[in-house]
Design a protein around this ligand. Structure first.
Ligand SMILES: C[S@@+](CC[C@H](N)C(=O)[O-])C[C@H]1O[C@@H](n2cnc3c(N)ncnc32)[C@H](O)[C@@H]1O
Length: 376
């Protein structure tokens, strides 16, 4: 059993070094808990691990060797679950015979020099330079606290669907588990009592679930473009009588209907979810942020078509990058004087002027941004 997870982990790292890793996620379970931990720790510290390994060879080796070295180095430098010799042996066994002596030599050397190498460790090396620079400009002296928190375990919350209250879940909780920020975003229109709700980007349905319970008198239309994700959404929503699921591209949806509340939980870089997806920091580039921003602007423009007098739009993303958040909403409000921003209904810790902002190191939730805009 362990072998299956060990090789999956190795494949993930190898794909990363080959430049074709898509987000992955080691779901929790008792058999693979250790491998999930290695996965998290490796991506959390990959920047520093790469620097340390870089001091031990003259030029970067092939992807499979780099993957084996990264996994071994992480266990040697950042974990004490496995004896060093076992971590070295495991990495050695993952590469073809002719590469084994190299992996063995580099990792043994690393283990010997661990003390000296670790003296250079700083949390900033665990993140890409572009990310550190951007956030240093925004947070100044609080940068290290922000980054350190991103490398800690994410919190889980459990929702009671009857009372619609949410509580922090310790360990393996029962019930409907979701992130506190994601839960809060779907409730930002407060007691506006909409009778028709359009959830433009709905799967896997976390916010559809909250909308359905928060507004039991409303009809909730949940749209999802991706067929597989739509099927998941549909089955998750099967019991909810006030939800209709629609498999469609919101940009091509042609309807005269106007909705009291339109939630646009737009596709984004997901850089706010680094705590749950530690690899995301290494996969995104400035180009991805700009591409997402262009699509978000287009989707928000489309959302307007579904509104009438007095309708509200909630625009949200699980990213805190300015291009995907304040820049989108700022420009939208300039181009649409018929809309004005409304104070979000939420816990004070999420309030940032007129916007909802969840900074993980302050909110104990995922990074999220949202704005509520009302049509006059
Ligand atoms: C951020 S996720 C939504 C998460 C969801 N609101 C929740 O709380 O569980 C974005 C979703 O939008 C879908 N999507 C992307 N582009 C779309 C489009 N043009 N029309 C409809 N859905 C789209 C994606 O497939 C993805 O499932």
């Amino acid at each position: 059993m362990a072998d299956r997870f060990r090789y999956r982990l190795f494949d993930i790292l190898r794909s990363y070094y080959q430049g074709n890793l898509k987000e992955d996620y080691f779901q929790d379970s008792s058999e693979k808990r250790l491998y999930r931990k290695i996965y998290f720790e490796t991506f959390r510290h990959l920047g520093f691990i790469e620097r340390a390994l870089g001091k031990l060879y003259s030029r970067p080796p092939e992807a499979d060797v780099r993957a084996a070295l990264a996994l071994g180095a992480c266990q040697i430098m950042f974990m004490d679950d496995i004896p060093e010799y076992a971590a070295v042996n495991e990495s050695v066994s993952m590469v073809p015979k002719q590469k084994r002596s190299f992996v063995n030599a580099v990792l043994r050397n690393l283990a010997r020099q661990k003390g000296t190498l670790m003296k250079d460790y700083s949390i900033r090396q665990d993140f890409p330079d572009w990310f550190v620079k951007k956030w240093e400009k925004r947070l100044g002296a609080e940068l290290d606290a922000f980054l350190a928190d991103l490398n800690t375990k994410p919190s889980f919350y459990s929702v009671d669907p009857t009372s619609m209250t949410i509580e922090k879940a310790e360990g393996e909780a029962d019930g409907h588990i979701m992130d506190l920020a994601s839960f809060s975003v779907a409730r930002l229109a407060g007691e506006s009592e909409p009778l028709s709700v359009l959830d433009c980007c709905a799967a896997p349905g976390g916010k559809t679930f909250v909308l359905s319970h928060t507004y039991p008198d409303a009809r909730v239309f949940a749209v999802e473009k991706n067929r597989k994700r739509y099927e998941q959404l549909k089955s998750a929503m099967a019991e909810y009588k006030n939800v209709d699921c629609i498999c469609a591209d919101i940009l091509e949806l042609d309807t005269e209907a106007e909705f009291d509340l339109v939630l646009l939980d737009a596709p984004c870089t997901a850089l706010g979810t680094i705590k749950r997806h530690p690899e995301v920091r290494w996969l995104r580039t400035q180009k991805d942020i700009d591409d997402c921003a262009r699509r978000q602007k287009e989707m928000l423009e489309k959302a307007v078509k579904f509104t009438g007098k007095g309708s509200r739009i909630i625009y949200s993303v699980c990213s805190l990058e300015q291009e995907e958040t304040t820049a989108i909403v700022g420009q939208f409000l300039k181009e649409h004087p018929e809309f004005s921003v409304e104070a979000p209904v939420c816990d004070e810790k999420f309030m940032d002027g007129s916007y909802f902002v969840s900074l993980p190191y302050k909110s104990d939730a995922d990074g999220f941004f949202a704005a509520v805009m009302k049509k006059k």
